[in-house]
Design a binder for this molecule. Structure first.
Ligand code: ATP
Ligand code: MG
Length: 245
């Protein structure tokens, strides 16, 4: 890690950069992931680098959807593995849901490296892509999935997702919960629930919500939830911050 002093005004942001760079150096994160991270940083700047009420609303609904799911699965890519391995593993534990590696760029054994990294951080098991099960409506490497994981899932948690696969999962009738700082991305628009927040802030909050899950109000929460309305609130927030408010 670089020597960023804690007093630096951008300390947290720079720490996350260090984690992504370390991820690339360890072969966990794709070099393309640096660009995805940069895009996320820009949107994080615009939302104020804190969890906003529209994210809290989405986290509340996401907890309900994931807890009511019959077979929830957590999809892991190279960025989220580098940024928040412990929180991902904790989410799997509180939900009793498997983690499954699913990435776009499969250079030099990256899938295996992500798996090993998660196991090293305490994951009990990590599902891997197979050729036995494939997603429809998608041509990239991300179509290869595990038959007992994403293939079977009714709800898939896919932070920092690519729009193509989000669309394919939805077309296959699966519900998608995502975390995406860009409320305008195709993923954000197509997901069932979009948490517009940094994944490092959102994951611990989501774990807390799941721990405090209340079965009697969950259906009602989901009935009232509108992802389009939440994305609209995020966009309004961004445009207000542009006006200095
Ligand atoms: P889409 O394919 O959905 O239209 P995209 O092509 O613009 O999106 P991708 O590279 O496919 O973007 O996915 C990366 C997404 O992840 C971006 O929308 C980016 O804002 C978001 N992102 C990057 N880092 C983070 C982070 N730490 N927390 C949450 N979201 C992030
Ligand atoms: Mg994309």
């Amino acid at each position: 890690m670089s020597d960023v002093p804690k007093t630096h005004p951008r300390y947290l942001s720079l720490t996350l950069r260090d984690k992504i760079v370390a991820g690339v150096e360890q072969g966990i994160t794709s070099i393309h992931g640096l660009m995805a991270h940069g895009r996320g940083e820009a949107f994080d700047y615009l939302i104020g680098e804190t969890t906003q009420p529209f994210a809290i609303e989405a986290i509340h609904a996401a907890a309900a959807m994931l807890c009511l799911a019959e077979h929830p699965v957590i999809s892991v890519n190279g960025n989220v593995a580098a940024l928040a391995p412990e929180a991902l593993i904790e989410l799997g534990q509180v939900l009793n849901a498997p983690l499954e590696v699913n990435i776009f760029h499969t250079e030099t054994g990256r899938e295996q490296k992500i798996r090993a990294y998660l196991l090293k951080h305490g994951a009990s098991d990590v599902l891997m892509p197979t050729t036995e099960a494939r997603l429809s409506f998608i041509d990239s490497n991300r179509k290869f999935v595990h038959p007992d994981g994403i293939f079977k899932a009714d709800v898939v948690f896919v932070p920092l997702e690519d729009g193509d696969r989000c669309e394919a999962l939805r077309k296959m009738g699966k519900a998608v919960v995502t975390v995406d700082l860009n409320p305008m991305s195709r993923t954000a628009k197509q997901a069932s629930i979009t948490i517009v927040d940094n994944v490092v802030r959102a994951l611990p909050l989501l774990c807390d919500e799941i721990r405090n899950f209340n079965d009697s109000t969950a259906q009602d929460t989901l009935k009232k939830y509108s992802n389009a309305a939440v994305l609209q609130k995020a966009l309004q927030h961004i445009s207000r911050s542009g006006n200095g408010n």
